[in-house]
Write a protein that binds this ligand. Structure first.
Ligand SMILES: NC(=O)c1ccc[n+]([C@@H]2O[C@H](COP(=O)([O-])OP(=O)(O)OC[C@H]3O[C@@H](n4cnc5c(N)ncnc54)[C@H](O)[C@@H]3O)[C@@H](O)[C@H]2O)c1
Ligand SMILES: O=C(O)CC[C@@H](O)C(=O)O
Length: 389
């Protein structure tokens, strides 16, 4: 029986992918084989010695101590693209809400009182304050052209907008999925003075912290809107709110409000709603549950953010998986131990990513526990696990 610990509410549709005959899934498991979570912050958590895998039912992994997981030989899986449409739709909603002053206008009508005739007068008298603009012909800068950024950029083209994108890590596959009408910027700064909207879709890492800050926000048009549905910290909230207070920026939409943003009237704060649709929650949970199950039952790694992606179809009933430091002669030493135990290798695959190497070996006969113990003693081995009847 595999034991799964959930650290957030995970869609039942996803958890149903883990059959009750083989999986116990609870939110209070002391010795889990795997953890499935959403935004729970794992940084201060004691990592259980039993843990073999972590599944993040979402895209961002800044709530997980990846270095610590890699050092312990624990792959972290996420759900690339599974909630991208949900975020895209909220970006599009943000564009309209900002362009048409919808939030302020609703507040205005909610504050009106009087009989219907008086209300009608006040509605007509007040509406000029909320006149907005239309999107065709306006320019949007999209920072990060991954799963979400690409969808946002293409949709904005369909809305008739001019779109400029920036992503130094854009993949060839990603580029193929982008409309040919999207312009390319060489840096964030290059797009700032041109855009009416700037939206960020990058992970929170050292290189993306304070991407918009006190130094560069002044290059933006005073009529521009910044949208941050990615992570708090990517936009420097102090700098953006100061710019709004000084009349140098029009609006800021953020999924990560704080006390500074709450004090600024032209900030539209949302409660981390980007991925909060039933569809996205189901998609993410299904994807990570499948990946965690695949790893526990076969050792295959699909969509890991810290391990190489490695899959080998099952050739025999007797499988060994080893995670070790990415240094010379590990495969040689593992093969020698198997040969010394008279175990014939049927098939084998080895891949590496950064400091981590991962090997799957199918052998022709049952692997004794003494072999695993010998492999675990090798310098540089983090985990060795047998998957056999
Ligand atoms: N608000 C929400 O609920 C919500 C939901 C999903 C994702 N997110 C956030 O959005 C982020 C992006 O999600 P995604 O699914 O598009 O991820 P993704 O991995 O598909 O795309 C991220 C892109 O950012 C690019 N990038 C990295 N560093 C960059 C930099 N310095 N400048 C420009 N581009 C850079 C990468 O090359 C990649 O193409 C996630 O990491 C997460 O933090 C938030
Ligand atoms: O799980 C959530 O609700 C938010 C997930 C989102 O921030 C992500 O990075 O995918």
């Amino acid at each position: 029986m595999y034991k799964i610990l959930t650290l957030n509410n995970i869609s039942q549709v996803g958890l149903d992918r883990l059959p009750a005959s083989d999986y116990s899934v609870t939110d209070s498991e002391a010795t889990p084989d795997a953890i499935i979570l959403r935004s729970f912050k794992m940084h201060d958590m004691e990592i259980p010695a039993s843990l073999k895998a972590v599944g993040r039912a979402g895209a961002g992994v800044n709530n997980i101590p990846l270095d610590k997981m890699s050092a312990a030989g624990i792959p972290v899986f996420n759900a690339p693209g599974a909630n991208a449409n949900a975020v895209k739709e909220l970006v599009v909603a943000s564009l309209f809400i900002a362009a048409r002053n919808i939030s302020e206008a609703i507040k205005y009508t909610e504050g009106l009182s009087g009989d219907d005739a008086e209300l009608s007068k006040l509605v007509e008298a007040g509406k000029k304050k909320y006149a907005g603009f239309e999107l065709p012909g306006r320019t949007i800068g999209v920072v990060g052209l991954g799963a979400i950024g690409r969808m946002v950029a293409n949709t904005c083209v369909d809305l008739g907008m001019n779109v400029i994108g920036f992503d130094p890590g854009l993949t060839v596959d990603g580029a193929w999925q982008l409309s040919a009408r999207i312009g390319r910027a060489g840096s964030v700064e290059e797009m700032l003075s041109k855009v009416d909207f700037l939206t960020v879709h990058v992970p929170l890492i050292d290189a993306t912290r304070d991407l918009i800050n006190a130094d560069n926000v002044s290059q933006m048009k005073p009529t521009a809107t910044v949208i941050n549905l990615a992570r708090g910290g990517i936009i420097n909230d102090e700098a953006v709110c100061d710019a709004i207070d000084a009349g140098k920026l029009a609006c800021y939409v953020t999924d990560f409000p704080n006390n500074r943003t709450k004090q600024t009237p032209a900030v539209l704060g949302l409660p981390h709603l980007g991925a909060s649709t039933g569809e996205a929650e189901d998609n993410c949970a299904v994807m990570v549950a499948d990946q965690v199950r695949e790893y526990l039952e076969t050792g295959n790694i699909v969509n890991s953010v810290n391990f190489p992606n490695v899959s080998m179809s099952r050739n025999t009933d007797y499988r060994l998986v080893v995670c070790n430091a990415n240094v010379p002669n590990m495969v040689g030493q593992i093969s020698t131990i198997l040969a010394d135990a008279n175990l014939n290798i049927n098939d084998m695959i080895n891949q590496s990513r950064g400091d981590v190497a991962y090997t799957i070996v199918d052998v022709d006969s049952s692997i004794p526990s003494s072999v695993i113990e010998t492999i675990k003693q090798l310098n540089g081995v983090m985990i060795a696990r047998v998957i056999q009847p």
